[in-house]
Design a protein around this ligand. Sequence first.
Ligand SMILES: Cc1cc2nc3c(=O)[nH]c(=O)nc-3n(C[C@H](O)[C@H](O)[C@H](O)COP(=O)(O)OP(=O)(O)OC[C@H]3O[C@@H](n4cnc5c(N)ncnc54)[C@H](O)[C@@H]3O)c2cc1C
Length: 442
Amino acid sequence: MRTVIIGANHAGIAVANTLLDNYTDQQVVMIDRNSNLSYLGCGTALWVGRQIDSYENLFYTSAEAFEAKGAEVHMETSVDRVDYEGKRVFCTTLSGESFEVAYDKLVLACGSLPISPKIPGADLDNISFLKLFQQGQDVDRMLGDDSCRRVVVVGAGYIGVEIAEAARRRGKEVLLFDVAPSSLSSYYDDWFCADMDERLREGGIELHFGERAVAYLGEGKVEAIQTDAGEYPVDVVVNAIGFVPNTALGEGHLELGAGRAFRVDEHQRTSDPDVYAVGDCATIYSNALRAETYIALATNAVRSGIVAGHNIAGAELAAIGVQGANGISVFGLNMVSCGLSVKAAGRAGIEVEWTDFEDLQRPGFMRENATVKIRIVYERDSRRIVGAQLASTEDISMGIHMFSLAVQEGVTIDKLKLLDVFFLPHFNQPYNYITMAALGAK
Ligand SMILES: Cc1cc2nc3c(=O)[nH]c(=O)nc-3n(C[C@H](O)[C@H](O)[C@H](O)COP(=O)(O)OP(=O)(O)OC[C@H]3O[C@@H](n4cnc5c(N)ncnc54)[C@H](O)[C@@H]3O)c2cc1C
């Protein structure tokens, strides 16, 4: 059985590992147009902001590691076209050689592409996306140039916020723009976004929310950004306005679903039974929405890759859906969430209630302490938990995993009220914030 995997990043890697590590009868061909694989994009801001020593450890595997396991790997090779009838993929190498590969099963792990703002001047120099390792290198190099004093980040989602912090840590003047009224508005409710906005302001970042970029100005290289509210001089621009699924290879053949990604079933199978799609190019099932959705995260890429791998090898395994669990840590403020915020539930037409609680994490007598705030969102009629958000300067990240499970399993808010949550002053209060928030639910 020969499986050809197009795209050898997190999702493609998970498919290949699943096939090669668990089954002996699998022939695996991996094809990627990039020169590297397994780059952890989440490390770009840490490295650019000099919070880690180098980018070298941001790769967790290599083409050689897969070759050693028996895979045929073609890096710097683009797949230009797929013949779905004849089950062949047509490739071109960086040096211009063409070849084709036949498959029994095909995996599309082609990922996502950064959204390019359709505004004049978008192709000027010193404007970069922040997806690939190479783009991280470009931004790092531009920030290292002494003439770079002012950096504009367009898009205040988690990637924009993180790179804004990084540029500030490199001593730059940083302006952060978004059409939304706050940072992180897709993931958190205003109660939380306001904290992040304050942190960013305290960190020295100039916030321009509710403002739309309309043009980049300059001769050859970007010199200013024009928005619907003003014009600002700038030396470097980072575009972080989001991603779209890369579905070019399936056009006209494969069905698309939420977010215009390849529609997959619970086995990661597309509308063509011999073709699977995984990671950022595929839809995913949301347990909060109880519907198909699109969430581009490395965690989902890996899980969907594992599911596809086992099904390709003949061991039936159904995906269990996701909660879009995520976290962010910027200027010492940690925020984690999963499922739906109140805003997101409203957008999806789900009627919800929510319960908020804010207190010190530990009893007041503990020297080391910090405020924690929590919101639990539950469906009005069924009372099942559909989301949670937490924020603190402490590490409160582990709590969100429990909420992720609660959303997945349809646990009601009432079940949480008397849950056995341990108490130890080093960690929490006798009346801990999870119980207190749950008890606050009417
Ligand atoms: C700056 C940044 C920070 C992030 N931080 C986090 C985080 O903290 N946590 C988290 O969970 N996620 C994070 N993500 C998201 C995560 O990186 C993506 O969800 C993940 O990369 C998706 O993996 P993938 O393999 O599906 O797609 P991709 O990483 O997009 O990989 C797709 C691969 O397909 C190849 N390809 C595409 N088309 C072709 C073709 N025609 N021929 C050959 N090769 C092709 C590409 O070269 C690429 O290597 C972050 C992303 C960025 C950009």
